[in-house]
Write a protein that binds this ligand. Structure first.
Ligand code: OGA
Ligand code: MN
Length: 196
């Protein structure tokens, strides 16, 4: 992962799409972890928080499982993102405090309607990241991530191909996941500042 390149792009345009920042060995281990083995490790994702917390499959169709330091594969990815966190703090003075991420599986026929990653009343998500784990993804499979600017113009379309990673400023880019024609796997994560 070239941290200088990521920092430069983030400073310049607020987002970056990297085609293959990780090694295949780790990607394959992450893919193995992003499979629901029937042990209920994956749970339906929710929207909002507190009293507003809802689970509406028509808005958001993924099931998720948070990465933890106790599993070696998760720990390897968290360590990489920790390096990125420290590097970005050094270069961009973002004051990023921590990073949290979850595996996500979208069933065929689901997506995630346009939204912002900054939860209402909660401003601590600063930088969003998504790593895609889909081998042989075809254009017809859909499931693209679309980044918008704050005026609503579509800026960037990202195909969820194996190893591709998107990083963007959480507050500046509303985004959506188009309906996927195939099961779609990813790791979505957030660098946060401390506070409310
Ligand atoms: C999210 C999200 C994008 C993607 O989980 O908040 O926007 O491409 N994911 O999976
Ligand atoms: Mn999002």
């Amino acid at each position: 992962m070239n941290i200088q390149e990521i920092a430069d792009q983030l400073a310049h345009s607020g987002y970056i799409v990297l085609e293959s920042p990780l090694e295949d060995t780790l990607l394959n281990q992450l893919l193995a972890r992003c499979k629901d083995d029937g042990c209920s490790r994956f749970q339906a994702a929710h929207i909002g928080r507190g009293a507003d917390k809802k689970q509406i499959a028509s808005i958001r169709g993924d099931v998720i499982s948070w990465l933890t330091d106790t599993h070696s594969t998760d720990a390897a990815y968290l360590a990489l993102m920790e390096k990125l966190r420290l590097g970005l703090n050094e270069k961009l003075f973002l004051g990023l405090f921590d990073y949290e991420c979850h595996y996500a599986i979208y069933r065929k026929g689901t997506g995630y309607a346009k939204h912002s990653d900054v939860l209402s009343g909660k401003k601590n998500r600063v930088l969003s990241s998504v790593l895609y784990l889909n081998e042989d993804w075809q254009t017809d499979d859909g499931g693209e991530l679309i980044l918008y600017d704050l005026a609503g113009a579509a800026l960037k379309t990202v195909s969820p191909k194996f190893g591709t990673m998107a990083i963007f400023l959480s507050e500046s880019f509303p985004h959506e996941v188009l309906i996927s024609q195939r099961i779609r796997r990813s790791i979505a994560g957030w660098f946060r500042v401390s506070g409310n």
